[in-house]
Design a protein around this ligand. Structure first.
Ligand code: GLA
Length: 747
């Protein structure tokens, strides 16, 4: 159709549908407000003097379908349900006004629509006519290309008296009841990010974490909802939700008789009733939502793209291949040995050497073990007699950058810092000190500005004395065991003020040192969240470096976090956490799916193993950009117990891909199923190159061949049931294959 007639026809059709809708008694389409991304839409109904209504969130709506979406919306929901009178529905906001009133009626006062570089914004200012000094602004921001919509609120007290916030969620989303399943990540130390899938049933399901600072220690503040039954990797409608907060959180899914799952996400109000003083604005953390019709994988890819472009510090710049000293030498730091390790990682082709815990302390409290020294950030002369800058220079001479471990939010009671400032630690008033690791580790009170200054000065001092430090591993091995701040007047504000204090500290550090790479660590992956990661380049995925268990841990982590940020290190065998003996190739092949590194003493490995590592580093460099900044396709889950696990990455332009395949258990006679690839361009011809070959011999019959994307996505590779390498040890087969586009089949 001629474009002019086409657009006239569409306008006419839209008008017709709106007129029909109006006369058929549907809700008024004129007050609808829509926020679109490339393939999703959020539709609200906003009228001055009425409460903003949620209408729709899902696949992108054509203009002509807006009335249908309105008509189809079924039940009406307040976009941000507050505790109303005349209803007992669950709420996102519950407050107590100065007169003791606990009901709130948020009516639209004004609406502002705008744009920003990456999409659109919508701000709805609401006011309660009974309490005109109380305003809540609902914020929405879309990321057009990434298909993400963020929601959060500002709660403002313009009056002269305090208002008590009993609950103050960031966002609310109703999901029609049906065969909806939730995927969440649960775990613990050395077993992070275990994927759990469950159908949503009637009742209340809560996912929360209340330890104050390590908010992914057990549960994660990210979930996926599969709307079409049991979660599938590549098919079905999925809504993903990510609460961008590093502190205590609560996510609730409340399902009642009325046909909807009500999803709420926000800061946990447990022990955190918040006193909103006069003229104060409380800004809730953001929740980022995505919607995909390509299963869990589609939703993950949206989050990864958003993370690389907008969330990670230095996102989109692949991380260095490094050696971290921890599992190699633990706290036995010696200058010559450190230099040897730096030379060794340089020899393997690596780019960075990191000294972990054990390099600091005072003469009285040297950090020789984990019971002392935290807080005294002086270089121990018996360990590094020539200091940090000298170490950095030695690294530079060896050909690698230098990094250092710190844990600046913590102090040991056996430290000079604690002796000087016993009032700087968190502990419940009148209670015995509740210490963590080593029986002496306490958290510093970051609510106190003097402590914030001190933590900033720790980093400042280290980076001033050694300006060549290129990388900091920031650890956090404790939590609020005994909540109480000697500084804060209101104990209910502790968890929130701590996060604010930490944010201040990180802002100051980032302003002063924008280029230093920083890793977020918390006894492994206890702080993997989008509240804190914006100050960091990456996270330590888990203290568990066992390659087999890492397959699971990294699989779960990849639901919401991109490979670029996921530190994956090759460690020694037997593994220090599980005792498992796994061949080096398998350990390498697993580490290659994230930001690859090493966590061992290279002096302890044989020349033959060294050669394998060197070859692997060189091979990894050829796929690093694709792995770290490409699109992930999860193919066979290690949680499905199919005897294998497999995943792959494709560059955004689909010109390169990296395919990974692992045996997870072996029985004679079990022939591994072929795994069709995904995400390739069917019309491109790819050259197949097997990487990390053992003895230079490929296993795949396709190695060196030119094959179309179509063939690979319909067939995949065939691997034999029994292979001759690894001394016939069939338990540990793994394959890494690179695909490079050579030519297009289409002109
Ligand atoms: C934590 C980290 C480890 C290591 C140790 C050092 O457990 O997760 O990687 O840095 O602390 O004490």
């Amino acid at each position: 159709m001629n474009p002019f007639y086409k657009s006239t026809y569409r306008t006419f059709a839209t008008l017709l549908i709106i007129v029909v809708a109006l006369f058929s008694g549907s809700r008024d389409a004129s007050s609808q407000t829509i926020l679109n991304t490339k393939s999703t839409s959020l539709l609200l109904q906003v009228e001055k003097g009425s409460r903003p209504q949620f209408v729709y969130y899902g696949a992108r709506l054509f203009e002509t379908d807006l009335p249908a979406a309105l008509a189809n919306a079924g039940k009406c929901f307040d976009a941000y349900p507050a505790r109303l009178s005349n209803t007992a529905h669950p709420d996102a906001l519950s407050v107590m006004m100065p007169d003791g009133g606990v009901t709130t009626d948020l009516q639209t006062e004004s609406v502002q629509e705008g744009t920003w570089d990456g999409g659109h914004t919508l701000d709805i200012v609401c006011k309660d006519p009974l309490y005109p000094f109380f305003r809540v602004t609902l914020h929405y921001r879309s990321y057009t290309e990434e298909d993400i919509i963020e929601m959060w609120t500002d709660i403002f007290n313009s009056g002269n008296n305090n208002i008590m916030l009993h609950r103050y969620d960031s966002a609310f989303l109703p999901i029609p009841e049906g065969n909806v399943w939730m995927s969440s990540l649960q775990g613990g130390w050395a077993d992070e990010c275990h994927v759990y899938e469950e159908p949503l049933t009637r009742g209340t399901r809560e996912i929360s974490e209340h330890n104050g600072v390590r908010n992914s220690a057990t549960a994660h503040s990210e979930v996926m909802f599969s709307l079409d039954g049991k979660p599938q990797e590549n098919e079905g409608r999925v809504i993903g939700a990510v609460l961008c907060y590093g502190g205590n959180f609560e996510m609730r899914i409340i399902t009642r008789y009325d046909g909807y799952h009500r999803f709420f996400a926000g800061i946990s109000p447990r022990d955190a009733w918040y006193t909103l003083s006069k003229r104060e604005v409380f800004t809730t953390p953001k929740v980022a939502f995505t919607y995909s019709e390509n299963g869990l994988g589609g939703a993950s890819r949206h989050f990864h793209r958003w993370a690389r472009k907008y969330m990670l510090c230095h996102g989109g710049q692949p991380g260095d291949i490094l050696l971290n000293s921890w599992e190699g030498v633990y706290m036995n730091i010696q200058e010559d040995q450190m230099e040897q390790m730096a030379r060794d990682i340089a020899d393997l082709g690596g780019e960075l050497f990191v000294i972990d815990d054990g390099w600091f302390g005072s003469t009285k409290y040297p950090r020789d073990h984990d019971r002392q020294g935290l807080g005294d950030w002086e270089v121990l002369s018996q360990k590094l007699p020539n200091g940090l800058q000298n170490m950095a220079q030695r690294c530079r001479q060896a050909g690698v950058k230098f990094g250092i471990w710190i844990e600046p939010e913590m102090v040991n009671t056996q430290s000079e810092l604690y002796e000087k400032h016993p009032d700087w630690v968190l502990n419940a008033h009148g209670r015995e000190l509740a210490a963590g690791r080593g029986g002496t580790q306490m958290m510093l009170d970051l609510c106190n500005p003097a402590v914030q200054d001190y933590v900033v000065s720790v980093v400042d001092k280290i980076l001033r004395q050694a300006p060549d430090i290129a990388y900091i591993k920031w650890d956090c091995n404790n939590y609020m065991r005994s909540p109480g701040s000697p500084y804060l007047k209101n104990p209910n504000h502790l968890a929130i003020e701590y996060m604010r204090g930490l944010t201040q500290v990180l802002n100051r550090i980032r302003a002063a040192y924008p280029d230093v790479a920083m890793q977020l660590c918390a006894g492994g992956g206890a702080r993997v969240n989008w509240g804190l990661l914006p100050w960091f380049d990456e996270f330590w995925t888990s203290d568990n470096t066992d390659a087999l268990q890492r397959l699971r841990i990294q699989w779960g982590t990849s639901f919401f976090f991109p490979a670029e940020a996921m530190a994956c290190h090759v460690s020694a065998s037997p593994n220090h956490q599980t005792g498992r003996i796994i061949p080096l190739k398998y350990r390498i092949d697993v580490a290659m799916t994230g930001r690859m590194g090493f966590e061992l003493q290279p002096a302890d490995i044989s020349q033959e193993e060294r050669d394998i590592c060197r070859q692997a580093v060189s091979d990894y460099k050829t796929i690093r950009q694709t792995v770290q900044c490409g699109d992930l396709y999860r193919l066979v889950s290690p949680f499905d117990k199919k005897g294998i696990a497999s995943l792959m990455y494709c560059s955004e332009d689909k010109k390169q891909a990296a395919f990974f395949w692992y045996r997870t258990e072996y029985y004679r006679g079990d022939h591994p199923a072929q795994v069709p690839l995904r995400g390739l361009n069917p019309d491109l011809l790819y050259k197949v190159t097997e990487l990390n070959k053992v003895d230079g011999n490929p296993v795949s019959a396709l190695d060196g061949k030119i094959v179309s994307g179509q063939f690979l996505m319909s067939n995949g590779f065939l691997f034999p049931e029994k292979e001759s390498y690894q001394g016939g040890h069939n338990d540990w087969h793994s394959h890494v294959i690179r695909l490079d586009a050579i030519i297009s089949l289409k002109k």
